[in-house]
Design a protein around this ligand. Structure first.
Ligand code: IMP
Ligand code: MG
Length: 188
């Protein structure tokens, strides 16, 4: 893992290695596998951030399942824009199916809080949430998350799908902002 990476104007340092992430994602995959064997769950991965986590998670989960991708962005740059856009891209019929939402990170909880009622109206058999990262100190809209990869401090992170203005998604590990004072997330 590189010691320092730069995305746009900011420097980031190693936080979670690819090996650490891989081990934890496999654990989550096995947990989901146990719970959903024979139930053919539909994973709904939230683009763009969750694309790498989702691809590793479904491969760690060796049961019959399906995966689809939805988009609902609430973030611009390293601060929350405060608005959540509507769901796009959900073509599957979720009625009476167990659904597992796959997120890269739950920060304020705003994104999922807005999306969940929409999904509930579509009548799935059940809804669970899997997130790679959770920032417990940032939660403003409490939601129940069923599978959490790592609880992390409220510092901006990139890599393994997460970006800073489009950059950094391809880093195999997760990096955190070197200078916490550059963290702009506490501005909602
Ligand atoms: P929430 O709606 O505040 O929970 O924010 C969730 C979304 O904000 C995530 O899906 C990410 O796209 C983005 N986000 C939150 N924190 C970070 C971070 O530290 N790095 C990159 N993106 C983040
Ligand atoms: Mg996201």
């Amino acid at each position: 893992m590189k010691q320092t990476v730069v995305a746009h104007d900011l420097a980031f340092e190693p936080f979670l290695s690819p090996e650490t992430i891989d081990k934890r994602v496999r654990e989550l995959g096995r947990e989901i596998e146990e719970r959903y064997r024979g139930k053919n769950p539909l994973f709904l991965a939230v683009l763009n951030g969750a694309f790498i986590f989702a691809s590793d998670l479904v491969r760690a989960c060796g049961i019959d399942c399906e995966i689809s991708f939805i988009r609902l962005a609430s973030y611009q740059g390293s601060r929350s824009s405060g608005e959540v856009k509507k769901v796009i891209g959900l073509k599957e019929d979720v009625r009476d199916r167990p659904v597992i939402i796959v997120e890269d990170i739950v920060d304020s909880g705003r994104t999922l809080t807005t999306f969940l009622p929409d999904l509930e109206k579509m009548g799935p058999a059940s809804i669970e949430i899997a997130t790679l990262l959770l920032k417990p100190e940032m939660i403003e809209f409490p939601i129940h998350v069923d599978y959490v990869g790592f609880e992390i401090p409220p510092r901006f992170v990139i890599g393994y799908g997460l970006d800073y203005d489009g950059q950094g998604r391809n880093f195999p590990g997760i990096y955190q902002l070197s200078k916490p004072e550059q963290n702009q997330q506490d501005e909602a």
